[in-house]
Design a binder for this molecule. Structure first.
Ligand code: ADE
Length: 362
């Protein structure tokens, strides 16, 4: 795309902003210029649609109205509030970054794109979103919505999963951005992608760009943006042993660098494939001991849980111990009662299992 091509679309941003004033949704993070709240909303919206993300955003700002409140929070509490959103490392990074700003930068949120970019968990998109929405800095924020809009209108064929794409689309967005109204332009691009130029059913007949849009003119809406091969999805088989004693369950915090770090689950034996039966799994002495001391009262699963790069098949063995007998627990495990378990941050998979089989909480 040369600048000559872009010049042909000189009134692009004017038209787009006009469309935005007419059609945009009134969303709480658009009514503030507090960088902390904008940051929070952008991290949530990176992984969720507005409708699903909204209750999380509202709960977070109620619980932690300021950066200082978030920094002072316990990580467990933050993860508990994030439960169900997925990508838990984003919540952990956000929490750590809040602490760093409070402890090492006097609680002063960075005020420029380049300073924001230095923070853990803040990439080019989020830095540009915060810098433009909070400070009106003239930087284009380019997310998936923006790729789609630009690819279609301008007929950009570059594979959006390629390393060249980011540079090319960002440069194009930056050329279109009116320097004195970056905030509105960026919100408008995102909003236009979300409600007008939707992935599957773009509303081309009522689109203000249909006279110039490459995709509409060429019937290429379904093909654009070009998206290279899909993520490779790995199958994993998680076999959980749920030890119950006196109405309490043995749980542990996941501490390894794997999915769900910092969240709680049960004793786990991962197997390379679906286990044929329990004997396939009993190679360690802890499990052998539990099976000898207790009774498997129920099995459940497989629950299939899809993450971005993993398909998880989870089975659960509920082992009930008699209250009188003492049993061994690995150091990292403890017994928790229903109220305590409700408060622990848990993967959705574990929460669903608990809700269906033990406690009535959500
Ligand atoms: N998705 C990402 N950022 C957004 C925003 N600011 N408003 C609506 N949807 C979004």
């Amino acid at each position: 795309m040369s600048s000559k091509d872009v010049a042909g679309f000189r009134d692009y941003s004017t038209k787009l902003i006009k469309w935005y004033h007419r059609h945009h949704r009134d969303l709480p993070w658009r009514r503030t210029n507090d960088p902390y709240k904008i940051w929070l909303s952008e991290i949530i919206l990176q992984q969720t649609r507005v409708v699903q993300g909204m209750p999380y955003y509202l709960r977070f700002v109620e619980q932690y109205p300021t950066l200082q409140d978030l920094a002072a929070a316990d990580e467990k509490e933050v993860l508990r509030l994030w439960q169900g959103l997925g990508y838990y490392s984003r919540a952990r990074n956000m929490h750590q970054t809040a602490r760093l700003i409070v402890e090492e930068q006097g609680g002063q949120f960075p005020t420029s794109y380049s300073e924001l970019l230095k923070l853990k968990g803040i990439g080019a998109y989020t830095a540009a979103a915060i810098a433009s929405f909070a400070y009106n800095e003239a930087v284009a924020a380019v997310d998936g919505n923006v790729y789609r809009v630009l690819a279609r209108i301008f007929g950009v064929e570059t594979d959006i999963t390629s390393s060249a794409a980011k540079k090319e689309f960002t440069a194009l967005a930056q050329q279109l951005l009116p320097p004195d109204d970056a905030a509105t332009f960026n919100q408008a691009m995102i909003e236009f992608g979300a409600i007008q130029c939707q992935p599957v059913a773009p509303d081309c007949l009522l689109c203000p760009f249909n006279d110039v849009c490459y995709a509409f003119q060429h019937g290429a809406q379904a093909r654009l943006p070009v998206k290279g091969k899909k993520n490779k999805v790995r199958d994993r088989y998680l076999n959980y042993f749920v030890v119950e004693k006196d109405g309490q369950l043995a749980m542990r915090e996941r501490t390894t660098k794997d999915v769900w770090q910092g969240m709680y689950d049960f004793y786990l034996v991962e197997s390379p494939q679906e286990p044929a039966d329990l004997d396939d799994l009993v190679s360690d002495h802890v499990l052998a001991h539990w099976l000898e001391m207790g009774e498997v009262v129920r099995t459940a699963g497989p629950y299939v849980h899809l993450l971005s790069h993993q398909r998880i098949y989870a089975r659960f063995w509920h082992i009930r111990m008699s209250p009188e007998r003492s049993i061994l627990l690995p150091d990292e495990m403890s017994f928790y009662d229903a109220d305590e378990i409700e408060q622990l941050p848990k993967p959705v998979l574990i929460n669903s299992y608990l809700t269906e089989n033990f406690f009535n909480f959500m």
